[in-house]
Design a protein around this ligand. Structure first.
Ligand SMILES: NC(=O)c1ccc[n+]([C@@H]2O[C@H](COP(=O)([O-])OP(=O)(O)OC[C@H]3O[C@@H](n4cnc5c(N)ncnc54)[C@H](O)[C@@H]3O)[C@@H](O)[C@H]2O)c1
Length: 674
């Protein structure tokens, strides 16, 4: 059949085309989408040949001569082989689930989520199959996408598709209760997990970086991060303010208006403070302003000081992008004695020397040139700047500012730069991370985490209905909830009641909500009943971010508030994925790497289709319970008090749960042992 005449369903069923598609992208292979940066030229000649041999495995012999030189050119020009020629010509977006060709609805749900993660409105570099974070890939190349979609269209509910870093190894016989897809991304022998190992083995086509939600098809656009950021900002103010006081007219100073950092001004507005978010890249600042994610733009510190004095006097709730280096603001406010209540930073310091952090005193373009042409000099500039940055933060914290690390490696990189950032014991940092002070004790230890759902019908009316159902369920739970979690319940009810008005949907009809085990189970149960009763016009797909209580072992982020030495282990994430898989997940995923970098974190996730059946009801109860309580049990064993409270309460509620509890030791007994 002529490719141009094929409808969507035949395209999917075809997989790798039987006729070599025309090379319609021309020499440049560039669409209007933003594109992944050229990757390092890291392979030896022999390894490059291996990469081409590997890529040609997907295609019949008669195409090899033509494709070999084309793939070699891609490797040379982009550092990777994306197989642009095989990029589908149909529009990429999450269609209503009924439009997917599939023999089982679970498979159709996964197809919907894959397409959402590659939708140009959602994905950062869609042509290179990158959803977010610069390198968070759904697949390594278009052949993997085509084959995976074909397998999903053919699979029955007695088969499981196994994906190795995007490569579909194939359909294997399983059973109805087994996951339909098992995803692994970047699983390496531990000694081969340095950043350059990713560069090398990804270029060879044998592994990929799945970030947290890209490689598990669970990314839902910037909304995913807004709720967590709101919780963090709101609670940072609560820690700082007197009881009864409000954040109105008080300052939250931070940096970054990029992919995830761009959520900060919206979160600040929801929390009700004055947000100042510095951004050196004028294009990024203007884009966020045009999209309505930040209220105002200011491009010099004189105007900023005038504007802030007015906002403070009027107790305004407003977000302001300062187009410039954040250090300018920290220093100027210290000079002017403008009090900053809460401060943080979301520059991309997990990637400090390749565009994640811009040093003070250099222009944006000047930095970009130096990092490409004089990398050693640029590194020195970054380190000098970080020392100045930390010193400017210190001048403000000396006056009472509450500063926290936002999971972007600010403290780690500042320490490597030789900044005065260590605590007196020489081991800890002198400022806490947001997980140590806020998300860990207030959320993760009680089981609250980034639960999310997608309405498979694609109908906004379904999303509205799910918001209403959720608010009703939470209000009922709130009545008997213990005092320890009343604040979290109140915040979540406010969040869900305002979610529709905050207009955060990009791509599929999705919602995020921080909920605990009881909340997640009761909400999912109510959704499943509403599907069965026809109150919702289609099934619901559940999931979560990997930034959660149980799924992720990450010593500088999700598990930074684990103090028994086990934060450098990754047993919890592995148990989570295995445990979820036989308790009813529709798909499970485990990734090396995530927000903090390859080799620095293991994170696991799941997806689950609720189709209104009794089987779905049983699965959701069994799986969601383990998916949350696994992490609470581990946090309790690590002696986290709030987790000890939560797991004891859960054991009272469920007599099949029996968790090993930690005994505490008197400090005095240990003092003179060594
Ligand atoms: N803890 C969390 O929940 C959480 C959430 C989101 C992001 N993060 C971390 O935050 C970081 C940012 O993520 P992102 O997706 O927004 O990255 P990004 O690279 O898209 O955005 C970072 C922005 O910071 C700007 N910037 C760099 N140096 C600057 C400086 N000195 N002054 C002002 N602006 C500067 C850059 O121009 C860029 O636009 C990452 O390290 C990420 O892992 C953590």
């Amino acid at each position: 059949m002529n490719q141009a005449q094929m409808d969507f369903k035949s395209f999917i069923a075809q997989g790798i085309p039987t006729v070599l598609p025309a090379l319609i992208r021309g020499d440049t292979n560039k669409s209007e989408n933003t594109h992944a940066p050229k990757r390092k030229d890291i392979l030896s000649k022999e390894e490059k040949i291996l990469a081409i041999r590997n890529a040609l495995r997907y295609f019949p012999k008669e195409w090899h001569a033509e494709l070999a030189s084309e793939f070699a050119a891609e490797l040379k020009d982009y550092g990777r082989i994306y197989m642009y020629r095989f990029m589908p010509t149909y529009n990429m977006y999450a269609r209503p689930i009924s439009e997917y060709p599939a023999k089982c609805e679970q498979a159709a749900g996964i197809m919907l989520m894959i397409q959402n993660n590659l939708d140009p409105a959602v994905a950062q570099h869609p042509d290179e199959l990158i959803t977010y974070g610069g390198n968070g890939a759904v697949f390594q190349n278009w052949a993997q996408y085509l084959l995976t979609m074909k397998y999903l269209s053919e699979m029955t509910d007695e088969q499981t598709l196994h994906l190795y870093s995007g490569h579909p190894m194939g359909l294997f016989p399983s059973g109805k209760e087994a996951p339909r897809v098992v995803v692994t991304n970047g699983m390496m022998i531990p000694n081969y997990s340095k950043p350059d190992d990713w560069e090398k083995y990804n270029a060879m086509g044998v592994t990929q970086y799945g970030q947290m939600t890209a490689g598990s098809f669970m990314y839902i656009g910037p909304q995913g991060i807004v709720h967590g950021t709101t919780i963090t900002v709101m609670n940072a103010f609560r820690m700082k303010l007197e009881e009864g006081d409000t954040p109105a007219g008080k300052i939250f100073l931070t940096a970054g208006l990029g992919g995830m950092s761009g959520a900060q001004p919206k979160a600040g507005n929801i929390a009700g403070c004055i947000t100042i978010c510095a951004e050196v890249n004028a294009a990024a600042a203007h884009k966020r302003h045009d999209q309505g994610w930040v209220d105002e733009l200011v491009d010099n510190t004189d105007d900023l000081v005038t504007r802030i004095k007015k906002a403070k006097a009027g107790k305004e709730v407003v977000s302001i992008a300062y187009v410039g280096n954040v250090i300018d603001v920290w220093e100027r406010f210290a000079d002017e004695d403008i009090f900053i209540h809460v401060g943080s930073d979301q520059t991309s310091l997990h990637n400090p020397f390749a565009g994640g952090y811009y040093p003070a005193g250099l222009g944006f373009e000047e930095s970009n040139e130096m990092m490409a042409n004089e990398p050693d000099k640029f590194k020195e500039e970054v380190y000098t700047s970080l020392r100045r940055h930390a010193a400017a933060v210190d001048r403000n914290t000396a006056k009472g500012t509450y500063f926290f690390d936002y999971g972007n490696a600010f403290l780690l990189e500042s320490s490597r730069a030789g900044a005065d950032i260590m605590a007196e014991n020489g081991i800890d940092f002198k400022y806490p991370s947001y997980v140590q002070d806020i998300l860990g004790p207030m959320c993760f230890d009680y089981g609250f985490g980034p639960f999310r759902w997608v309405c498979a019908s694609g109908d906004p009316a379904d999303l509205k209905k799910t918001d209403e159902i959720t608010a009703r369920v939470l209000r009922a739970i709130q009545i008997t909830a213990p005092k320890e979690i009343q604040q979290q319940m109140a915040d979540n009810i406010k969040w869900i009641e305002e979610a529709g008005d905050n207009q955060m949907v990009v791509g599929s009809q999705a919602r995020i909500l921080y909920a605990d085990s009881e909340g997640r189970i009761k909400i999912a149960e109510a959704f499943n009943k509403a599907v069965a009763a026809g109150e919702l016009s289609g099934s619901i797909i559940l999931g979560r971010d990997h930034h959660d209580v149980s799924g992720t072992d990450s010593p500088y982020r999700e598990t930074s508030n684990i103090y028994d030495g086990s934060k450098f282990t990754a047993d919890m994430a592995i148990h989570n994925v295995i445990g979820d898989s036989f308790r009813g997940a529709t798909w499970v995923s485990i990734h090396n790497g995530g927000g903090v970098g390859w080799g620095e974190v293991m994170n696991g996730g799941f997806g689950m289709l609720l189709d209104g059946t009794d089987e779905a009801d049983a699965r959701l109860k069994n799986m969601l319970h383990y998916d949350v309580n696994n992490g609470i049990a581990r946090r309790s064993w690590a002696r986290n008090e709030n987790a000890q409270f939560a797991i004891k309460r859960e054991m009272e509620r469920n007599d099949k749960l029996k968790v090993t509890l930690a005994n505490s030791v008197d400090d005095g007994l240990l003092d003179n042992l060594f």
